[in-house]
Design a protein around this ligand. Structure first.
Ligand code: UD1
Length: 427
């Protein structure tokens, strides 16, 4: 397995191309199950999770064609075509490796009238139940059975009749599954307190391009009038706001100046506000965002919340940055119960962080030192890269498969702006 070796201290300077959003791609790909016609997605990031999802789609009989992209390009174009679906079962082995597989439940139910998906189980950052996915589908008229670790969802003959569902807790995945199930319903489905992350707007925009009738896009109340059939579409995946925020933190901790090419400021308001409070200059330019940090970094308090609040997926990276800020920062994680796994590793690099339940108190330190570290999830792993870029000496980050799930060729992107970082085989 590979590892990353980082020699800290280089100031990052230059342009970083931002890839298509992983979390958007993972909900756009299963939309291909909703139509017999081809769905072509442009700007798909090249990531292990996307390859895994492609494999899952192939298991259902969906053909996938990657269109001519050169190896040196970031991103690629994939056409997915599902004239006939050959299986409606997502097996344990695939779902276990990739939680997002649960997102086939809604579209498969809509297209086939039934779907069987393995229950994903817990993961490194918490229990992550799927009760809300199932309750929303039930509210639209689905029958749900649980047996042998699998969920089976069934629609009455003629499709889901429709109905209303009010989310007691905002859930991105449950909103996505509900929307994808609703678009082919025989009646109208309404969602209240739905998630309104930009990735959900991206999903609704693709579905609208396929002929779906969705009202309230971008708000927490969605009304979906079912249509008899959807057609194919070509669609460009939105820029990855979490990847962009991660590189902004990386540049800031080195006192650097980078242009995040393709990033969209209007989708990153909470992250950019946090960076400004920390003392980082942010400028929205045509085609991207300029990040400049040459003054001292200042402590700030952050609490994670559903969009438009501060994203839980930015918490670890921002914490790494705050390790080097002057003063004491208080972070609160309200979305997941176990999302501080990076803390002991950052401490090994000299950070001063105390946690109590869902609160982390970060006292800024003047220097951090390189160490051998590893993390158990994607964003936590990136926070170690950020710390490594500013630490004295060498940092070795292991368990790279987490980073490969979510950051397209990150060492190449960091090398482009002058980081001393290398991927080497770990023996
Ligand atoms: C998605 C993102 C993930 C991000 C998260 C929160 C993808 C592939 N993943 O995950 O990167 O960190 O949103 O922004 O897009 N919950 C329930 N019951 C449910 C579903 C969720 O109680 O049925 C709870 C969860 O345990 C969690 C909270 O709701 O505490 C939010 O989770 P959710 O928004 O569903 O996260 P995901 O969609 O899994």
């Amino acid at each position: 397995m590979d590892k990353l070796v980082i020699c800290g201290g280089n100031r990052l300077e230059g342009t970083i191309p931002i890839s298509g959003a992983k979390n958007a791609a993972l909900t756009l790909i299963p939309c291909a199950l909703l139509t017999e016609e081809p769905v072509t997605l442009r700007n798909l990031p090249r990531l292990a999770d996307i390859d895994g999802f492609q494999h899952l789609m192939n298991q259902f009989g969906v053909t996938t064609v990657i269109q001519g992209t050169r190896p040196q390009d970031f991103g690629r174009v994939m056409s997915l075509e599902a004239p006939r679906i050959t299986s409606s079962v997502a097996p344990y082995d695939l779902v276990r490796k990739m939680r997002a597989s649960i997102l086939v439940l809604g579209p498969m139910l809509a297209r086939m009238g039934e779907a069987t998906v393995s229950m994903p189980g817990g993961c490194a950052i918490g229990n992550r139940p799927i009760d809300l996915h199932l309750k929303a589908l039930e509210a639209f008229g689905a029958r749900i059975e649980l047996a042998q670790g699998y969920v089976k969802a069934m629609a009455p003959d003629g499709g889901l009749p429709g109905g209303d569902f009010d989310f007691p807790v905002v859930s991105v995945g449950a909103t996505e599954n509900a929307v994808m199930a609703a678009v082919l319903a025989s009646g109208t489905c309404r969602l209240f307190n739905a998630a309104r992350e930009p990735e959900i707007v991206d999903l609704c925009n693709l579905l609208s391009a396929m002929g779906a009738e969705i009202e309230g896009i971008g708000t927490s109340d969605l009304t979906i009038h079912g249509v008899r059939r959807l057609h194919g579409a070509t669609y460009r995946v939105m820029a990855d706001r979490i990847e962009a925020g991660s590189y902004a933190c990386a540049a800031a901790i080195t006192g650097g100046e980078v242009f995040l090419d393709g990033a969209r400021a209007d989708e990153m308001h909470a992250t950019l506000t946090a960076l400004r409070l920390i003392g980082v200059e942010i400028e929205e330019r045509r085609g991207g965002i300029a990040v400049h940090a040459d003054g001292p970094l200042k402590a700030t308090d952050l609490t994670t919340a559903p969009y438009p609040g501060f994203a839980t997926d930015m918490q670890a990276q921002m914490m790494a940055l705050l390790c080097r800020a002057e003063g004491t920062s208080v972070l609160k994680e309200t979305i997941f119960e176990n999302r501080y796994m990076h803390v002991p590793e950052l401490r090994r690099m000299g950070a001063d962080i105390a946690t109590e339940g869902r609160t982390a108190i970060v006292k800024g330190v003047a220097r951090m030192t390189g160490a051998e570290v590893m993390a158990t999830d994607l964003r936590a792993s990136f926070s170690l890269v950020i710390a490594g870029l500013a630490a004295e000496g060498e940092t070795v980050v292991r368990r790279l498969y987490h980073l490969d799930r979510g950051y397209e060729r990150l060492e190449e992107k960091l090398q482009l702006v002058g980081a001393d970082i290398e991927r080497v085989a770990d023996d």
